[in-house]
Design a binder for this molecule. Sequence first.
Ligand SMILES: Nc1nc2c(ncn2[C@@H]2O[C@H](COP(=O)(O)OP(=O)(O)OP(=O)(O)O)[C@@H](O)[C@H]2O)c(=O)[nH]1
Ligand SMILES: [Mg+2]
Length: 460
Amino acid sequence: MTNQDTIIALATPNGLGAISVLRISGKESISVTEKVFKAKNNKLLSKQDSHTVHLGHLIKKGHQLDEVLVTLFKGPHSYTGENTIEISCHGSTYIQKEIINLFIDNGIRVANPGEFTLRAFLNGKMDLNQAEAVADLIASENEGSHKLAMQQMKSGFSDDLKKLRAELLHFSSMIELELDFSQEDVEFVERDEFKKLTNKIKLELNTLINSFQSGNVLKNGISVAIAGKPNAGKSSLLNTLLNDEKAIVSEIPGTTRDSIEDSLIIQGINFRFTDTAGLRETTDFIESKGIEKTINKIKNAKILLYLFDANDTNVNEIKSSINNFKRDDLSIILVRNKIDLINQNSKLLDDIKSISKSQLLEIEATDAKSVESLKIRLINEVELLNPYTDIVISNSRHYEALIKALRAIEEVNEGLVDNVSGDLLSVDIRRSIDHLSEITGEITNDDVLGNIFANFCIGK
Ligand SMILES: Nc1nc2c(ncn2[C@@H]2O[C@H](COP(=O)(O)OP(=O)(O)OP(=O)(O)O)[C@@H](O)[C@H]2O)c(=O)[nH]1
Ligand SMILES: [Mg+2]
């Protein structure tokens, strides 16, 4: 990966738009732009201050190609840390292409995917964790994932890891020092103190590792299965939630035979709802296929909305149905539907209440107002899943490195308990440090870098 030449790419999406932005970064960016840009006020770009905007024309073979705004950033005060030009042109694909060709003709090369952010990283403008957050930020589709990416970009958890890594490095060098004095049989490292540190690191790593699941959930959306017996009102609920006639609703039990999915953002959190075929014994081949699907959807869900008819008195059946789906990582919300049709039956209610630890929700699925209470309940459930303020891991590369670091630190810890020699300890310490460094980017190899930045689009 060379960092010497000057690169150009479209920074806005391909295609039509009111305007498009092209980004140019590298040593030559200002001088080359100056060759093809004629400012309205006739001033030379290179004589202008950083962070200024200039109106003028791009000239190709003596013709005006487009009227543009050129924004000037002088290194190191730019995103990449290099001299950077941003050209806002009119958003036609023809103009975009012509401008890029104009710069190529003047010796500038098209950027590789993620190359701007790679340069920002190589020039010390951000750590690796932050660079990856840039990709997530751009891809974020809802408030939840946006919050995560912003948090990571503002250095998020890597500060904590850096501190721990520094402490570990200190101990590591002390142990290596001991090795130099091995003849004298001295100990520079108080083993108990060191054990305390490894325990602290283990705890911290575990917390981060455990947050991965909720981080991922926030990023990718929370899957909610809507299930229950036929006719409970599942499809009605989906339709009311989406405010759309997405699923067919009828009074005939067994109307829905296939799973129907759609997403809805509630208070910034992306929920992926699946309406499913009603659960019952059936000899109908197609319906039984649908029920198989229902069971699979519940298996992959984070939240199960189990709906039953307000006048359904078969508490044992509801109980055993729910028990079939119970899992540690599944929140089950019991929803009593059609309360507008209710027959007075408080005995049933008490029995039902005993099924679920959390509060029973009562709704009228066909009524949007009534469904609001369900939305609030869903949000509460997510907040339990993930206390928002905590640091959350959402990147699988970090997750893998954290797991490896944890394993290595556990070995150090065991080594301390077993009183193993300093040279053995120091190997495991080195390994944990390396894995921690992988996350913050303090140690990287070209493979890791290539992998990460290849996942970016061109222009980022
Ligand atoms: N009065 C009243 N009727 C409802 C309510 N919810 C659903 N219904 C009616 O109950 C019937 C069944 O509703 P669906 O939404 O199709 O039920 P489902 O659970 O999807 O049924 P299957 O697809 O057969 O499993 C329809 O006639 C709905 O209009 C409610 O809260 N109140
Ligand atoms: Mg249905």
